[in-house]
Design a protein around this ligand. Sequence first.
Ligand code: FES
Length: 86
Amino acid sequence: PFTVELPDGTEIAVAADESILDAVARSGIPALNSCREGVCGTCETPVIDGVPDHRDHLLSDEERASNETMMICVSRCIGARLVLDL
Ligand code: FES
């Protein structure tokens, strides 16, 4: 489990058995999605702070290392907190 924070300060707890996408949607924030498997790129979300645990099949090694963007349908968080531009 970890916490996703939004630019307005909203904090959303992400349980071990749910995706960031689902946790965000549960909180009433609409996030675009399509495949939900890390292959289409629809849910790509800018990362403001924190280190994503990338589990998608789209980003290059350079993009992963940059920590600038992530696919929130499958990717998770290394550590306790991610700040996302949602
Ligand atoms: Fe397709 Fe996330 S919804 S990559």
